[in-house]
Design a protein around this ligand. Structure first.
Ligand code: NAI
Length: 243
């Protein structure tokens, strides 16, 4: 029996990178999985490749009605959602005096407001069921910081804090909420960028991580093996935050 047999999981940003790796691993471990993303071509292709226990739902995490539609589609296909992986995220590198308000707010909208809207949308179902697991993908930039990433860092610190607050609120009803903090991972977000490569060379493990190495931790948090874990930070960073 797979480690997440019987779970119904929505993975935001599931069409590529870490999200796609999560969708694959969760499916492999027995879950039914909804790949939820704005990237409909890649998302649909992945869901088709994964087969009958996978579906694509078009989701813009920043839009309330989009969450309602995606969760209704999930429930119609597989039943009530048991697990939400809030993984969708974007990055924007820019000096603090040069960044526009629009660019700053876009990062906060996707990375922070998207996580808030997702948790708010799934919690009534999880509370009714008396169980559930929410996994919020933050970053090592939700624990430390790098220059030129103020919007990203602000949004990822917010995710880490919000995770703990919501976990304290919903824990008595059987719902667990945790955050995952990847270091430099080889995905389209980091492709061709010198910063993550240079960071990886200085790590205790001396390399970038693979998306499936983050997905393995997400599977653990989605599974009942993590039944006593909540309000916690799970770092997957090759040793970065120890430096
Ligand atoms: P990626 O760029 O490869 O994939 C992100 C996915 O999110 C894409 O499929 C994209 O279409 C989707 N997305 C973007 N905006 C969206 C929206 N408004 N609604 C729904 N989906 C949307 O990124 P990657 O690397 O896979 O990152 C996944 C998560 O991991 C992000 O939250 C990122 O901040 C975080 N992370 C990544 C690290 C890395 O080194 N790659 C390091 C630390 C954290």
């Amino acid at each position: 029996m797979g480690r997440v047999e019987g779970k119904v999981v929505v993975v935001t940003g599931g069409a590529g990178g870490i999200g796609a790796a999560c969708a694959r691993q969760l499916l492999h471990e027995g879950a039914r999985v909804v790949v939820a993303d704005v990237a409909h071509r890649a998302g649909r292709d992945l869901a088709e490749e994964l087969g009958d226990r996978a579906r694509f739902a078009e989701l813009d995490v920043t839009v309330e009605e989009s969450w309602e539609r995606a969760l209704a589609e999930t429930e119609a296909a597989f039943g009530p959602v048991t697990t939400l992986v809030n993984n969708a995220g974007i990055n924007h590198r820019c000096g603090i005096e040069d960044v526009t308000l629009v660019d700053y707010q876009r990062v906060v909208d996707v990375n922070q407001v998207g996580v808030f809207l997702g948790m708010r949308a799934v919690l009534p179902t999880m509370r009714r069921a008396g169980s559930g697991s929410i996994v919020n993908v933050s970053s090592v930039d939700g624990i430390v910081a790098h220059p030129l990433l103020h919007a990203y860092v602000a949004s990822k610190w917010a995710v880490r804090g919000m995770t703990k607050s919501v976990a304290q609120e919903v824990g008595p009803e059987g719902v667990r909420v945790n955050s995952v903090h990847p270091g430099p991972i080889d995905t389209p977000m980091t492709a061709g960028r010198e910063g993550p490569l240079a960071m990886a060379r200085g790590l205790p493990l001396r390399r970038m991580g693979e998306p499936r190495e983050v997905a393995d931790v997400v599977v653990f948090l989605a599974s009942d093996a993590s039944s006593y874990c909540t309000a916690a930070e799970f770092v997957v960073d090759g040793g970065y935050v120890s430096l």
